[in-house]
Design a protein around this ligand. Structure first.
Ligand SMILES: [Zn+2]
Length: 95
């Protein structure tokens, strides 16, 4: 009986300590990092959505999702599926 009471008290103390630690730890958590991840994911989705709406840099048509390539002069072009062969011929690197 004494042993059972001791275990229960130990559990209560442990749970209370864990709750106390959990409360104490909360303000120290890097909340900005979490928010940063959320923002970056949203901007990533936005960029993806915009990529589907942009016109191809080569044929100037809205032809679905564009693949972006970096050119030798540092500029970036977005090419549709039809124009990707041109990029491959010019050895452009997909971003
Ligand atoms: Zn095109």
């Amino acid at each position: 009986m004494q042993y059972a009471v001791g275990v229960v008290i130990l559990l209560i103390v442990t749970a209370g300590y864990a709750a106390y630690r959990g409360r104490m730890r909360k303000p120290a958590q890097p909340e900005t990092r979490t928010a940063g991840n959320v923002i970056s994911m949203e901007s990533h989705r936005k960029a993806k959505r915009e990529a589907a709406e942009q016109v191809c840099s080569s044929c100037k048509k809205k032809n679905g999702k564009l693949i972006f390539y970096a050119q030798d002069n540092g500029t970036i072009v977005g090419l549709c599926k039809n124009c990707q062969d041109q990029a491959k011929k010019r050895d452009l690197l997909p971003l």
